[in-house]
Design a protein around this ligand. Structure first.
Ligand SMILES: Cc1cc2nc3c(=O)[nH]c(=O)nc-3n(C[C@H](O)[C@H](O)[C@H](O)COP(=O)(O)O)c2cc1C
Length: 359
């Protein structure tokens, strides 16, 4: 199997030489579809509110290929206010999960390198970033690669560096302002990064989340902001989180990966280096969590009369999964693992109609 973003290569190799396979510059492009954009996302026309979630699109070349293959809402991978190196290789492994992975991070999963055969994978890249001098012009090129009915979302996050909460908030705001300067059509704030909370993820702390989105909104003007959140188990906590962002942001994307402890068959840690015993799991095993969050967010939106859009993420591997998310209440749907496995996924999604059988 040829991966266009190849989890068997280092992150640096993907950035320097990718995309590969079907997304490579010399690969044959699919026939363009003739139909006019028929839907909207964040008040912009889109062919289909479907695209690639933060992660596998680390350069403008990757984003341009995604647009050319019919993915209409694409997220340029999370960037930071300064260069940060990727964790040591490997970054991604296959995980063996029977059915749904429970939330909570207490599961231990056997992980191995046979990623071609896996429908769920782990991802432990460490949110690497180049310096803004490098990613800003590249993100600008990525935004320019969007055609009619398409848009580029720039993902970013603050970096804590052991500093105060205030410096983390300021770093979120500064980085988001740098993204806004590139002409990205929307900003996604990653509030679900395990490395940057206090003792927890930013999105699990509604007070901190409220301060982050308030500071960001002051700096980015009219550029729409979407917050990317993790799975939240209790309805009470989810309501508090949503209440902390609804006045400031235009959208909520859920979910990020679910944590699990990764081991080799012999029980030893699967990933090298301290602090990497637990890694994020994505793909089929977390689809339940994204679907559940989409429907709970939709119910909350209806109950409160709020107006945010819902971006459903997690385990979207087929056009059928796209339809399931739309029926659950998601206004837009994104895939990371599924798009990496299947470069033709956007074509399949463009071909279905929500409400019609997908076979
Ligand atoms: C290779 C890879 C890298 C990722 N990097 C990021 C990232 O930088 N920022 C982020 O918010 N999410 C990141 N994610 C998480 C995805 O955006 C998504 O939330 C998660 O993978 C669940 O979707 P999936 O099941 O379709 O993969 C990454 C996922 C993958 C597979």
């Amino acid at each position: 199997m040829t991966w266009w973003f190849d989890p068997r290569r280092t992150y640096e190799d993907n950035v320097a030489r990718g995309p590969f396979g079907a997304f490579a510059p010399d690969a044959r492009l699919p026939e363009p579809t003739a139909q006019a954009p028929g839907e909207t996302f964040l008040a912009r026309p889109v062919h289909r509110p479907f695209g690639i979630a933060a992660g596998p699109l680390p350069t403008a070349r990757h984003c341009a290929a995604a647009f050319a293959h019919g993915f209409d809402i694409n997220v340029y991978k999370t960037v930071r206010s300064r260069a940060v190196r990727a964790h040591p290789f490997p970054h991604a492994l296959a995980v063996r999960v029977e059915g749904d992975l429970p939330a909570g991070g207490r599961e231990t999963l056997v992980a191995d390198a046979d990623i071609d055969s896996a429908w769920s994978i782990s991802n432990s890249y460490g949110v690497p970033s180049s310096d803004p001098d490098v990613w800003q012009p590249d993100m600008e090129r990525a935004a320019q690669a969007a055609g009619a009915g398409q848009l580029l979302v720039g993902s970013c996050q603050g970096t804590r560096d052991g500093g105060s909460e205030r410096s983390l908030i300021e770093d979120y705001a500064r980085t988001a302002a740098l993204v806004a300067e590139t002409g990205a059509h929307a900003i996604e704030l990653n509030l679900s990064c395990p490395n940057e909370g206090t003792s927890q993820l930013v999105c699990h702390d509604p007070r901190l989340t409220g301060r982050v989105v308030g500071a960001v909104k002051e700096r980015v003007g009219d550029v729409p902001v979407v917050v990317k959140i993790a799975y939240v188990r209790s309805d009470h906590d989810l309501a508090a989180l949503v209440a902390s962002v609804t006045d400031a942001v235009e959208g909520i994307a859920a979910v990020n990966t679910l944590p699990a402890r990764l081991v080799r068959v012999d029980g030893s840690p699967a990933l090298p280096g301290a602090g990497r015993e637990v890694a994020g799991v994505c793909g089929a095993a977390i689809r339940w969590a994204g679907l559940e969050m989409s429907s709970r967010l939709a119910r909350l939106r209806e109950r409160t009369g709020a107006a945010f859009v819902i971006v459903g993420v997690g385990g979207v591997l087929t056009a059928h999964d796209y339809v399931a998310y739309r029926l659950a209440g998601a206004d837009a749907v994104m895939a990371a693992t599924g798009a990496m496995r299947d470069p033709a996924l956007a074509r399949a999604v463009r071909a279905v109609r929500v409400g019609e059988p997908t076979g």
